[in-house]
Design a protein around this ligand. Sequence first.
Ligand SMILES: *Cc1c(COP(=O)(O)O)cnc(C)c1O
Length: 400
Amino acid sequence: MAKHLTAEQLSAQAAAHGAHNYHPLPVVISQAEGSWVTDVEGRRYLDLLAAYSAVNFGHRHPRLVAAAQRQLERVTLVSRAFDHDQFGPFCAELAALAGLDMVLPMNTGAEGVETAIKTARKWGYEVKGVPEDEAVIIVFDGNFHGRTITIVSFSTDPDARGSYGPYTPGFRILPYGDADALAAAMDDRVVGVLVEPIQGEAGVVVPPPGFLRRLRELCTEYGALMIADEIQSGLGRTGTTFACEHEEVVPDMYILGKALGGGIVPISAVVSSSEVLGVFKPGQHGSTFGGNPLACAVAREVIAMLNTGEFQERSAKLGAHLHDRLNAMPASVVREVRGRGLWAGVEFTELGGREVSERLMAAGVLAKDTHGTTIRLAPPLVISQDDLDWALDQFESVTR
Ligand SMILES: *Cc1c(COP(=O)(O)O)cnc(C)c1O
């Protein structure tokens, strides 16, 4: 047994040997269950970040832990050189959940986005007939789609993008939520429009009503693929399975990740049609761990849980309560509350997001600032109303 280190020693070790690409709150977690985490000193905190929505079903949900344990006893990795008995069912069940018919699994969200970009370009050249190397993908101001070189090439956040050039060309950046700008930017070289139905990292920004519907229509009109990055907004977070449902829109491609792995394993996927994903032939794309048996088994349990509708309903019902309480906070403290379901971006008039998250931590609640004066609240969808109310009491008292 390693000797027991204090929280301070563990933090110092992390800072000495872990690269400083994050600025974590000074808490060192050693256990978690449901909506609660416990630090190495035995203090409990209510988790209102839920790992950026990767823990939508709470920490260590018994159904998900059981699915993982069953699979650990059978087979965990075979590579895609062979089929395994979780792969076909996973693809079929995820496609059915999305109302589409083909799935390409990867591991992280960024890989899912890269896969969607590759798909759209290949489809653009081979099906739509765009001249070689001239494909354009439209993206939006304030986007967050991951951290690879290609993805940060079209980021508008200087921290995310700076010093990583030379950048990947082929992207057109438009104002988020501006349907007229989109209409003006569409042409026959546009192969796809990549959109977050709600922008999470930007501070839970909801586009104006009708934007997604108009985007869908424009994609259809110009023969471009509507690509919805639902890595954070999807899988129950907004009160529906997909955030696109709020505008009754079905994209040509969903990109999923985060909660798809139940907070246990990384798994992402592009979900689309066989006409679109059919552009891939053997050897043209892949991943050693993508679609592995352990990840597929956990994701199948996630899909089965979503098929009950219980989590979407909780998110809608508790989310309405969350937004009611946040909207009742004084205008002198809160400038704006945005979001849907159990997902809120709270923008303060003066308080800094970091300062609020530090005060919340001292009060036993974990949350994370996004940009400057905004804090994001995304509790696990399993949270009880009592716990949610208690957390909101703390939130009100530390911002008073
Ligand atoms: C988190 C996120 C990603 C990237 O996922 P990773 O697993 O961190 O690579 C992409 N898009 C959106 C909308 C996200 O929230």
